[in-house]
Design a binder for this molecule. Sequence first.
Ligand code: SF4
Length: 230
Amino acid sequence: MAVVSSNMRLAVIFDELEKFYGRQAASWPTEPYEFLVWWHCGYPASDVTCAKGWAALTKEIGIEPETLLRANVAKLRSALKAGGMVPELRAERLKEIALRVQNEYAGDLRAGLTGPLAKVRAALKKFPNIADPGADRILLFGGIAPVAAVPSNNPHVLYRIMRGPERENYGVTYREVQQMIEVESAESFDGRTRAYLLLKVHGQSVCKRTKPKCGECPVRSECAYFARQR
Ligand code: SF4
């Protein structure tokens, strides 16, 4: 019997997911500074809430660091209300981001994100609400380093497919999935953004954290979690 290697299996899984969902594209700004602003445009942060807040902010105020620093706080809060809860806190965070970018990066965050990867990652994690998953996402989609980023809401997806029910500890699941992608897929921007986007859409649509819809799943024949349910 032919043995299918893990990297071949992963390639088959991503091909099947792409056949099912179609080619995916990032629905958020991929420039590092713009992503930081977008990420604070909604709460709870999601593609939908952040897009709503972003639309209001760009229309009513603007996003450049000096514009945000000059912006009237009440107007900023009012624009951010379109993105959901705690607009006052998100307004403060945006001012903080703009100030840091202005003072420490002379207004150009991307130009300052150079040097060893560990240093760039540490710099990103100094911004509010950016932990490792957010830093990985910025590094990958911003074209800085082809790291194995994993969607922060959906690390369970690939874990279930490759190994079965996810670990209780989120951080452990995240790291193990990241290692799977690192070891078993080519280190390229195209491949890793494609993997991220397909895992994201699958986790949002079918392989939900609670009650995955395994009966509708295009990769169930490859899935260790599904095999254990039968
Ligand atoms: S079969 Fe079920 S658990 Fe496995 S990937 Fe599909 S939806 Fe997720």
